[in-house]
Design a binder for this molecule. Structure first.
Ligand SMILES: [Ca+2]
Ligand SMILES: [Ca+2]
Ligand SMILES: [Ca+2]
Length: 404
């Protein structure tokens, strides 16, 4: 059994909020995309930046995964990918399905899906579904989460294994799981400080931004975020460090909110990206009006990339819903499927460029050394029937690459 299996312990992020009541889907971003087409549909590509001669190219480089989350792109172009697993919380740890794997494009065809291109480092990390643990009424899988690679070769992986079983694990280059640097509130987003001596933590349940020193594990909370405009919790979910000045950008997902006496999972438009000075804890808005903003990235020029997981909520589930029954009706399962998107905000405050729309529940963004953007998609119980853009389909975890 993995050391991690014995040691891990926590609570869930996005389910830090109360169980919402059943309501129809809503979409504050409107019923149509920028091209006037329905928001829910096949992945669409926009080119609304007149200075960019070509549209972004979107490719699926990995498919068939179980809740891909953190992605690290190595200098040779290979990928390290954390998967939160299927969410099936088996009694026997050897049946756990959280994973950390290395993918190499052995045949050079641009994807990582061919025979021999996957090497599993850890195949039995913890996994669970928040629907069953916390009666969130949403299909939300947790387990291995965000992933960082230090220049010295060490990996740092956050793991949420449910109720008081959380960790930020150090993994040596020869694949040994070592110290737990932060057995605290679940950490859905990680980022190194610019000198790689510290790791910033988006503590979703605690609504806090914190930092841990790698050398000795010293922990400091930088700021606990205020509630948002409608009184809901902020639910920090992802973060990134501005390479120009060391500020920390934090994606606030936003939590449940009561409207006219009814609790809804989130208020569309209430999510935002905030900029935090880590030395003072000062917080200011960077991008507002977002819906379920789940991750953020920033490049050396100061362009901010934002991932919004969904545009609305739909088909809340009973706690007893059998997520693993392949004959269940196609239900969204709490969040409107195929309505996530990735946007880029250039420095200077002009309108965002929508790089990809109609994505199925994206969760993580990684900027590669060559400027490509990798997005993890397909949050939820793998193979569960869901409504798709062309009729009923099933949940599939993928990593897509966007070349701008
Ligand atoms: Ca290949
Ligand atoms: Ca291939
Ligand atoms: Ca992330």
């Amino acid at each position: 059994m993995d050391i991690i299996a014995k040691a891990i312990i926590a609570t869930f992020v996005l389910s830090a909020c109360a169980a919402p009541s059943s309501l129809p889907p809503s979409d504050a971003r409107g019923a149509a995309g920028l091209d006037g087409a329905p928001r829910m549909g096949a992945t669409k590509i926009y080119n609304i930046d007149s200075a960019t001669p070509t549209a972004p190219v979107i490719e699926t480089v990995l498919t068939g995964l179980d809740n891909p989350r953190g992605v690290v792109v190595l200098m040779d172009g290979s990928l390290l990918v954390a998967e939160a697993g299927t969410g099936y919380d088996a009694v026997e740890p050897t049946n756990w399905t959280g994973k950390l794997s290395h993918f190499q494009d052995g045949n050079g065809d641009g994807d990582f899906t061919d025979n021999g291109e996957r090497i599993d480092w850890f195949r039995h990390l913890p996994t669970y579904n928040a629907l069953q643990f916390f009666a969130t009424r949403r299909d939300e899988v947790n387990g291995p989460g965000d992933l960082l690679r230090h220049p010295d070769g060490r990996l740092f992986l956050s793991v949420d294994a449910g109720l008081d079983r959380i960790g930020l694990y150090e993994i040596s280059p020869d694949r040994r799981i070592g110290r737990n640097l932060s057995p605290r509130s679940n950490m859905n987003g990680l980022a190194f400080s610019r000198d790689f001596s510290q790791i910033y933590l988006a503590e979703s349940t605690a609504n806090a931004l914190s930092v841990v020193r790698i050398a000795d594990g010293a922990y400091r909370q930088i700021v606990q975020f205020d509630t948002l405009a409608n009184g809901q919790q902020s639910v920090p979910a992802g973060l990134a460090v501005d390479p120009r000045n060391g500020d920390v950008l934090v994606a606030l997902f936003s939590g449940a909110v009561a409207v006219n006496g009814e609790v809804i999972p989130f208020m569309p438009g209430a999510g935002k990206i905030v900029r935090v000075d880590p030395s003072t804890g000062t917080v200011e808005d960077a991008v507002t009006g977002l819906t379920t903003s789940i991750d953020v990235a920033i490049d050396r020029a100061g362009s901010i990339f934002v991932v919004e997981m969904t545009s609305g909520y739909a088909d809340l589930l009973d706690r007893t819903h059998d997520l693993f029954d392949p004959d269940q009706p196609a239900l969204h399962g709490g969040y409107l499927r195929y309505s996530g998107r990735v946007s880029r905000y250039l420095p200077g405050g002009s309108a965002p460029h929508i790089l990809a729309d109609g994505l199925d529940m994206p969760t993580n963004i990684t900027l590669a050394p060559d400027g490509a953007v990798y997005i993890s998609t397909g949050q939820g119980t793998p193979s569960r029937p869901i409504p798709g853009p062309d009729g009923p389909t099933r949940i599939v975890g993928k990593v897509i690459r966007i070349r701008i």
